[in-house]
Design a protein around this ligand. Structure first.
Ligand code: PEP
Length: 252
């Protein structure tokens, strides 16, 4: 199993070309932090320019359409984001599931489209607060994984899972490291069932209010292979604080 932590910044609907300075600063610093794999998923409009500014880190998209092309006004296909410079795409983020009614079945089709286009995918899952409070977190996450993960052992090396409890996203609240470890161990079992031995190699990221101040503690939880970071990825200073915490946490 790869031990290099994977720290991914999700810029969401933030950023005009002025943000390219942050990408450049992150990329320059990443050169000195090679123990960590660093990526940014800017909005579609900045993928090409960010790819040109940042030569070391990975650049990805936040979503793609499942179709190759056609009459889908306002949508972007996997081949298009790949052509713009994306090496991966996030699929199934809870904001897309909530704001755009994305089903597990649609997330799976998007994941297959991205892989067919030559990218890897970060498949996001996570329970709401009501689901956690009613003891359903594990069953909700299992259902999301079984419905959203792309099929076939041969695609496992293209898949990363991000566990992002909905109630922790952008709220400043986080699960305890023990709760994160419990869920990540559960996700590992689901991955091994889905992909066999290859499931033990799939990286599982934690996402939800990761900041420089809590990164070391959250990243040290069992089975946490990195972090998906929203708000704290928008400035090079705070994102680099998380990347440095990950560099120190590197497990042999
Ligand atoms: C996210 O939206 O993927 C996320 C983890 O956001 P934040 O870090 O701001 O909670």
């Amino acid at each position: 199993m790869t031990t290099r932590p994977y720290i991914v910044g999700n810029w969401k609907m933030h950023g005009t070309r002025a943000m390219l300075a942050e990408a450049r600063a992150i990329d320059r610093a990443a050169e000195r932090l090679l123990k960590v794999e660093v990526a940014i998923a800017p909005p579609f409009t900045l993928i090409h320019a960010t790819r040109k500014e940042a030569t070391l880190i990975a650049i990805g998209a936040q979503d793609c359409h499942p179709a190759d092309g056609g009459a889908h006004t306002g949508d972007i296909s996997a081949a298009m984001v790949k052509d713009a410079g994306a090496g991966f795409t996030i699929v199934g983020h809870s904001e897309r599931r909530a704001n755009h009614g994305e089903s597990n079945e649609l997330v799976k089709r998007k994941a297959h489209a991205a892989i067919d286009a030559g990218m890897s995918v970060i498949v996001c899952v996570g329970e709401t607060e009501a689901e956690r409070d009613s003891g359903k977190a594990a069953s909700v996450v299992t259902r999301q994984l079984n419905g959203s993960l792309p099929d076939g052992d041969e695609v496992a090396d293209k898949v990363t899972v991000a566990y992002e409890p909905v109630w922790a996203i952008g709220t400043g609240r986080t699960p305890t490291p023990d709760d994160i470890a419990d869920m990540h161990r559960h996700i590992r079992k689901v991955l091994e069932k889905a992909y066999g031995d290859a499931g033990s190699e799939v990286r599982i990221l934690y996402g939800g209010s990761v900041k420089p101040e809590n990164a070391a503690e959250l990243l040290s939880a069992d089975e946490v292979g990195g972090a998906l970071v929203g708000g704290a990825s928008l400035s090079a200073e705070s994102f680099l604080g998380i990347i440095m915490a990950a560099a120190e946490d590197e497990r042999e």
